[in-house]
Write a protein that binds this ligand. Structure first.
Ligand code: PLP
Length: 392
């Protein structure tokens, strides 16, 4: 049996694997077992912000592994404390909790919201159509796409999904019973769909009126991806709870829930916990990620290269209006919505040794390492241009 056949015989049938066997990665490149080099423009789905084999991440992992890999959260752990200090410093939030995945962070945010709501007589959570918050039952309760939910009912009670970017429907949906509104300010899996500034403005004013929490899902858009520390900073709003994950652990599983003063005292000892969340090696890698992002210019690079990338893609849209419907996104979280299915173009790009991702049927999604430069962008755009020309 070849590797694909072995996979099919051993695993539950959940992943559509790319027919490519990777040997190793280095910087912005992945190398297949036959030695071919690929430019990686989706970076392990927004995880590998510093690319592959980043020396500071490798060193941090090595040094911490020698001391201890795991202790349990009964112990104080230096890497957790130092990473927490950096996150609090750069986010401006008051408290945090480390998780081992994005969906675990969403679950924790739901729990914090519910507990805060019980004290305040509120119990309804509102979220939006086309969102993606993870695969656990709480996360699925905040989503509407049948692709993710079908057959997994029943979901959590008192959760209601409202049409994204529809201000009238949002106004009708919120009330004094609303405990939290959970959203991705830039929907990732849904096709790089940003909230409109007017929608966020309406949300901020309803929050003032009804006193609910706003929970920002920054799992994909957070930590410099959009050229700002959080994706919501591209808008005018201050969420109460923020969840992050993907790039935080430098490729190791790590997420976090951040909360402001309003929710700072909601949890008490024993009310929430995790075995693997805040793993010391993951946190040590996270310190390297945070320092590179914030102190060595990686986030600034994402902003600069992202602006260049978007301008080049907008030119491409002008050249190929029959193929490109829209270019959307912020920083290095960019989508090209096509008038056709994205899959053949993803394949054609792979044949040109560039790895991109297709999502929401018609969207080419770009989530490259935040360390890429203009030359990598030029390479990507000219390959897209070649492919689009062949469709003319
Ligand atoms: N929320 C968003 C916006 C995501 O993009 C993802 C993952 O793609 C998740 C939540 C779930 O994170 P995880 O796969 O780490 O559980």
């Amino acid at each position: 049996m070849n590797t694909l056949e072995r996979e099919a015989s051993y695993f539950f049938n959940t992943y559509k694997r790319i027919p490519l066997e990777i040997d190793h990665g280095d910087g912005v490149y992945l190398y297949s077992k036959d030695g071919t080099r690929y430019l990686d423009m989706f970076a392990g789905l927004a995880v590998n912000a510093l690319g592959y084999a980043h020396p500071r991440v490798l060193r941090a992992i090595q040094e911490q592994s020698r001391k201890y890999i795991h202790l349990s959260n009964y112990y104080l752990q230096d890497p957790q404390i130092k990473l927490a200090e950096l996150l609090i410093k750069y986010s401006g939030y008051s408290k945090l909790f480390f998780t081992n995945s994005g969906t675990e962070a969403i679950e924790g945010a739901i729990k914090i919201s519910r507990r805060w709501g019980i004290k305040n007589g509120k119990n309804e959570i509102i979220s939006f159509s086309n969102a993606f918050h993870g695969r656990t039952m709480g996360a699925l309760s905040l989503m509407d796409r049948p692709k993710y939910r079908d057959g997994f009912e029943p979901f959590l009670e008192n959760c209601r999904v409202v049409e994204f970017n529809n201000i009238d429907n949002l106004r009708k949906a919120v009330s004094h019973k609303t405990v939290a509104v959970v959203l991705e300010f830039i929907q990732g899996e849904g096709g790089i769909c940003p909230a409109t500034p007017e929608f966020v403005e309406a949300l901020a004013s309803l929050k003032k009126q009804f006193g609910f929490l706003v929970v920002a899902d920054e799992i994909q858009s957070g930590l410099g991806r959009t050229g700002k520390f959080f994706g919501f900073q591209n808008f005018n709003i201050n969420p109460d709870i923020v969840v992050i994950a993907k790039p935080l652990g430098g490729g190791l599983p790590l997420g976090a829930i951040l909360g402001n003063e309003i929710v700072a005292d909601v949890l008490d000892a024993g009310s929430h916990g995790t075995t693997f969340g805040g793993n010391s090696v993951a946190c040590a890698a996270g310190i390297a990620v945070m320092e590179e992002l914030m102190e060595r210019g990686v986030m600034t690079n994402a902003e600069k290269v992202g602006r260049y990338f978007k301008s080049m893609l907008l030119k491409l849209q002008e050249e190929f209006p029959a193929i490109v419907r829209e270019v959307r996104g912020y920083g290095l979280m960019i989508g090209i919505d096509l008038h056709r299915n994205a899959d053949p173009i993803v394949t054609a790009m792979r044949e040109r040794k560039i790895l991109i991702n297709g999502t929401a049927d018609t969207v080419l999604r770009f989530l490259p390492p935040l360390i890429i430069n203009e030359q990598h962008i030029d390479e990507t755009v000219s390959s897209l241009q070649e492919i689009f020309l062949s469709y003319k």
